[in-house]
Ligand binder design. Structure first.
Ligand code: NAD
Length: 503
């Protein structure tokens, strides 16, 4: 049996129970149907129905938010070491079921096994990392003044809403939910409608690991129904959101009446800038990896290549050869590098840029084609001869599509790099140290890597500027979002209190 056949066989075993009973919402430790009936989840591999999914809306969110509210003080006040131990057991549970998570994620989203097997384990790492922070999460400062002993402490903000997208949904959900639980918050999770499978696995694993019922609740549904209701719910104190920039703006508006705190991780049109003094072999590997891995459906993808004109021709020639060699195929085949795009909607969106590129006057140097009509497969695509004013250089395509733009000077490269609404990541390739320092200082992005692809290190801040987001994840920055600072002043003596109304 080939590895692909073996994976398909295992997947079918994992999916059997979903085919029989669908995916229910999970509220207060129980599986419950959605108030609006069900919707269907389909696979982008062959457009087949995977299963029915509970369709939740306002009333389901209300029940979940109340459950998260009712258990909040119990979870908050549980000794930190006990919460830590539960989180470690969740990490172990994820590791034990990593294969199931990986196969379901690939089938649900079209992402290649090659990358998703690592993403499942990164989910476990997120729980382990934040489990280790639980004990000191509440620690504060001691700020003595002449008359008072002032101390600060951090307390969890309360029940929070977590709204996640369909790209690497398991990993992204753990990235939000793990620090929220570590902080002592309870959670209502609204997963993306296009990828509900692994959110179900996560809540199941968490409760099997000893997470008390109601601490994590999952309500499936659509953005304008369940998502909106979560943002508007008065019991929910904050929304951790990952998704498109225009949805981020809606999240802010919807939460205004209840004064929500929002953390927004949004879109990007990230530049990778390659100077002619760079290690071009390594730069080529990184440029390809950062746009064509994970189907190009990653917020941190380097979708704009800014290439110095002195090396443009040679670099683009090598790029075309490599892009044409990328293996597109069944996501469960471990050799596959690109699987199908997540849904018909995204397939239509991505492929519409093939015409837009031509209308703009750019050249399709590689790809620009769809593959078959069984699923949502496209060839990895490279546009050359582009300038930064074109739509293919300004709009987030969110697929395996790279736009190459030439520049001649460092000043011009900086001007092009910053000429975008977005500011999530930037990648700079140069062996000139002072140029790297100068350039990164002026580059408008929340995260920059020099002579490297994106290598995530959990203690570092993750997030964007401009239309790419507000707020940071990672390390203690996550706790700044999920917790409130509290100041308490203790009088150390009999300092003078101004008397009013005294004779
Ligand atoms: P999306 O904004 O369409 O949906 C994300 C989630 O928001 C889904 O669960 C959806 O149901 C929900 N939603 C939609 N409308 C809503 C509303 N009015 N109120 C509340 N919730 C609502 O995004 P998507 O298409 O699922 O994901 C792709 C986008 O996510 C891309 O733009 C990508 O760049 C971005 N992303 C950003 C990061 C980051 O860290 N910056 C990471 C991954 C993805």
């Amino acid at each position: 049996m080939s590895k692909l056949d073996e994976n398909i066989f295992k997947l079918n075993k994992f999916l059997d129970r979903f085919r029989v009973s669908g995916i229910q919402n999970h509220i207060a430790g129980r599986d419950v149907p959605g108030s609006q009936g069900t919707f269907q989840s389909t696979s982008p591999v062959d457009k087949s129905v995977i299963c029915d999914v509970a369709h939740g809306a306002e009333v389901d969110i209300d029940t979940a938010a109340k459950a998260a509210h009712d258990v909040f003080t119990e979870w908050r006040d549980m000794p930190a070491i006990e919460r830590r131990n539960i989180m470690i057991r969740i990490a172990e549970g994820i590791e034990a079921r990593a294969e199931e998570i990986t196969l379901c994620e690939c089938w649900d989203t079209g992402q290649a096994y090659k990358f998703m097997s690592k993403a499942a384990l990164r989910g476990a790492e997120n729980f382990r990392y934040f489990a280790d922070q639980v004990v000191q999460a509440r620690d504060g400062q001691h700020l003595k003044s002449p008359t008072l002993m002032n101390i600060t402490t951090r307390v969890p903000i309360g029940p929070v809403g977590v709204i996640t997208p369909w790209n690497t949904p398991f990993m992204l959900s753990t990235w939000k939910i793990a620090p929220a639980l570590a902080a002592g918050c309870t959670v209502v999770h609204k997963p993306a409608e296009a990828s509900p499978l692994t959110a179900r696995l996560l809540v199941e694993i968490a409760e099997e690991a000893g997470l008390p019922p109601s601490v994590l609740n999952t309500v499936n549904g659509f953005g304008e129904g369940a998502g909106k209701a979560l943002c508007e719910h008065p019991r929910i104190k904050a929304i951790a959101f990952v998704g498109e920039s225009r949805t981020g703006s809606l999240i802010t508006k919807q939460g205004a009446d209840t004064l929500k705190r929002n953390h927004l991780e949004l879109g990007g049109k990230n530049p990778v800038i390659v100077f002619d003094d760079a290690d071009l072999d390594r730069a080529l590997d990184a440029v390809i990896f950062m746009i064509y891995s994970i189907n190009g459906e990653r917020c941190t993808s380097s979708s704009r290549l800014l290439i110095q004109d002195t090396i443009r021709e040679e670099f683009e020639t090598c790029l075309v050869k490599r892009v044409n060699n990328i293996r597109v195929g069944h996501p469960l085949d471990p050799a596959t590098e690109i699987g199908p795009l997540v849904s018909e909607e995204y397939f239509n969106k991505v492929t519409s840029y093939f015409d837009i590129a031509k209308e703009d006057g750019a050249t399709i140097a590689a790809g620009g084609q769809v593959i078959g009509d069984e699923g949502y497969f496209v060839r990895p695509t490279l546009f050359t001869g582009a300038n930064n004013g074109m739509r293919i250089a300004q709009e987030e395509i969110f697929g395996p599509v790279l736009t190459s733009i030439p520049f001649s000077t460092e000043e011009e490269a900086l001007q092009i790099a910053n000429d975008t609404l977005y500011g999530l990541t930037g990648y700079v390739w140069t062996n000139d140290l002072t140029r790297a320092l100068r350039f990164t200082d002026k580059l408008e992005a929340g995260m920059i890597w020099v002579n490297s692809e994106n290598v995530r290190h959990l203690p570092t801040p993750f997030g964007g500027v401009k239309a790419s987001g507000i707020g940071r994840d990672g390390g203690d920055w996550s706790f700044e979002f999920y917790m409130e600072q509290k100041h308490i002043g203790f009088a150390t003596g009999q300092h003078k209190i101004t008397k009013l109304g005294a004779l």
